[in-house]
Design a protein. Structure first.
Ligand code: FEO
Ligand code: CA
Ligand code: CA
Ligand code: CA
Length: 634
């Protein structure tokens, strides 16, 4: 039987108690005794020498373009010296580029509308939309440790914002395809912006991978029709494709389509094909253009976990976070070149996309999504490889992949390369008779209810689980793997046995963020309701935990402010500074946000740029250090 390696130096801290928000002071980040968590940068903090945003006012596009974005999510720290330079490696642990995703916005917070619930009926302007779009995307922020404290280097030439309106290039097999062409971009090669950047990845050649997740929510098909599609079959395929990716009337309520017609999916149906990709960014070149790598497929990308074999084979593992969607693997056609950074520049443009099938016997197969194989033919709606990639979900349906309980993050063990994936929850499994997602997209995503299976064994999987797999012969590009379930999450006090889980240690649910530190500790972040009521009355608010992959032992490391999720984690190379994202504190659309949380400007985790005058909750990154200067987790 397989035995996972234990973390080097073990887990050395005592669990923090669950946060049940019993007192106002519990609206904070809490870490174990001997550790300190301080706010490093929050939404609206200036990344230049221009003034910080006043969170009591409406955000503007002008301010947001030089300020840290909203709703921080996946992140990675790229240590100095700049990749490819001959600078001294001695600064690696005290200076780096912190690159962060900004997944989405709560429009009432951006536009300063109260109560929040009135946003839907407030007259909207293009300026309001532009401010929201500018709060999306990516921040590149130079951070350094000065006089023992990490801070933003506001004079850095590396600091940069990439937003929902920044120029991005398309590359790979779908670039320039007819389905990518729009009136504004007749060549189908240039897209404005990257949206809903949820989780992330990074490559050994020093680039950042950002993943477009719930991009469908910005689009609206207002009429249920497709302008200019006179052929009924063509129209049917376009509308089915929109349904398969969750595009409908109104979207998620952002209302951008009212002011910005590129988000009208009925008028500009191809614009939505230009979102849903993994985007590669070179943080070391502030003038570089982000590149949407179409070879990796179009879906609701959670993260992009890059694994490189000893022989320099490169693969990227990717989840599609929706109920009953799939796990994917991209295998690069060419090998990583550790001696020539430029040689890796377009490595992600050529290779094979696979989707996973988990068999009941503990084995699994990677099924290729290659044109003219496995029914991916013109007769079935796939004219060429570009169309296979643009319609990756439909291609995966056709290939016979396993529908999973919402694939979120994926992380590989630094030594064994065993791969772990969070499956956050699923309340749409178990039908009689079973029905799958329809192959042509006529069944909207999320409406299908596959039966439980070995890899997704629970009906009403409200607490989620973590699955793991080992590639055949340990080769990342293998076509077969072995898998098992690392843990079923749950609440040991739940009256229903199937909700109790089998956690060896502190209970949690809705696992989402997942990351291995260099010693092989597995860090788990959660994304649940975040108010310690109902299903979460015993578990408390959202957390970050640390697990031993060998024994499953799990300890709660961090508790978080009210109504936030904990998402995004990276560290300095020496493991002595841990950067963690706190996203959407206070988020509850039914009530005024500021009644739910005043973090971080409450000052609970150190001073902020707002100077202790909380006017609205803000997503932020905290930096965690050990008071004795040691490695986090030891
Ligand atoms: Fe944006 Fe699946 O989390
Ligand atoms: Ca997530
Ligand atoms: Ca989530
Ligand atoms: Ca989120």
């Amino acid at each position: 039987a397989y035995a996972a390696p234990a973390p080097v130096n073990g887990i050395g801290f005592d669990s923090v108690p669950a946060n049940l928000y019993l007192s106002p002071g519990d609206d904070a980040v809490t870490v174990p005794a001997g550790y300190t968590a301080r706010v490093l940068v929050a939404w609206g903090d200036s990344l230049t020498q221009a003034p910080h945003w006043n969170p009591g006012s409406a955000m503007t596009e002008t301010v947001q373009l030089h300020a840290f974005g909203a709703h921080v999510d996946g992140m990675h720290l790229f240590p100095f010296p700049p990749m490819g330079s001959s600078g001294s490696p001695g600064v690696a642990n005290i200076r780096g580029l912190l690159v962060t995703n900004h997944e989405y916005v709560d429009p009432p917070l951006v536009n300063n509308i109260t109560p929040a619930s009135s946003y839907a009926t407030t007259p909207i302007t293009l300026d309001m939309v532009r401010a929201q779009q500018a709060a999306h995307g990516i921040s590149v922020v130079e951070v350094w440790k000065k006089n023992g404290m990490w801070e933003v280097q506001r004079t850095s030439a590396f600091n940069r914002r990439i937003t929902g309106n920044s120029l991005c290039k398309l590359s790979g097999p779908a670039a320039g395809h007819d389905l990518m062409k729009t009136a504004a971009d007749p060549g189908g090669m240039n897209v404005l912006g990257t949206l809903n950047n949820c989780s992330n990845g990074h490559t050994p050649w020093g680039t950042y991978l950002t993943c477009e997740e719930n991009w469908n929510g910005y689009f609206s098909n207002e009429t249920g029709d497709v302008a200019g599609a006179n052929d009924p079959e063509q129209k049917r395929r376009i509308l089915n494709g929109q349904a398969r990716y969750g595009i409908g009337k109104g979207g998620f309520g952002y209302r951008w389509h009212e002011m910005d017609a590129r988000f009208r999916a009925d008028l500009n149906p191809n614009e939505s094909h230009r979102f849903g990709w993994v985007v590669e960014i070179d943080p070391w070149d502030p003038k570089s253009t982000p590149v949407k790598r179409t070879a990796l497929g179009r879906f609701k990308h959670e993260n992009a976990s890059c694994v490189v074999d000893p022989d320099n084979t490169v693969v990227i593992y990717m989840g599609d976070d929706e109920r009953n969607e799939y796990l994917y693997k991209f295998v690069c056609a060419n090998k990583y070149n550790p001696r020539n950074r430029a040689a890796n520049r377009d490595l992600l443009d050529s290779g094979t996309l696979f989707v996973a099938r988990f068999n009941a016997d503990g084995g699994g197969k990677w099924l290729p999504l290659v044109w003219n194989q496995n029914g991916l033919t013109p007769a079935n709606g796939f004219a060429d490889q570009a169309e296979v990639l643009i319609k990756a979900r439909q291609a995966a349906d056709r290939a016979g992949a396993t529908m999973m309980d919402r694939p979120e993050w994926i992380a590989a063990h630094p030594a064994s390369r065993e791969v772990y994936m969070t499956l956050t929850n699923n309340n749409r499994r178990g039908s009689n008779p079973p029905s799958g997602n329809s192959i042509d997209g006529s069944t909207p995503a999320g409406s299908a209810r596959p039966p439980v299976d070995a890899a997704n064994p629970r009906l009403d999987n409200r607490y989620g689980h973590i699955i793991r797999w080992r590639e055949n012969m340990g080769k990342a590009d293998a076509l077969d793997f072995e898998w098992d379930i690392f843990v079923e999450c749950g609440d040991k006090l739940d009256p229903q046995p199937h909700h109790r889980g089998n956690i060896n240690g502190d209970d949690y649910g809705a696992p989402d963020g997942l990351w291995f530190d260099q010693d092989g500790r597995l860090w788990i972040q959660t994304d649940q309701a975040g108010d310690a009521t109902g299903d979460w009355a015993n578990i408390g608010g959202n957390v970050m935990l640390c697990a031993n992959p060998s024994t499953g032992e799990t300890r709660r490391f961090l508790t978080a402010p009210k109504y936030c999720e904990v998402t995004g984690v990276t560290s300095s190379p020496d493991g002595k500074a841990l950067f963690v994202g706190i996203q959407h504190p206070g988020e509850d659309w039914e009530t005024h946000f500021t009644q739910n949380s005043t973090w971080p400007d409450s000052g609970q985790n150190g001073p902020t740029t707002a100077g202790g005058s909380p006017s609205k909750p803000r997503s932020a990154v905290v930096v965690i250090t050990k008071d004795d200067g040691g490695v986090i987790g030891t």
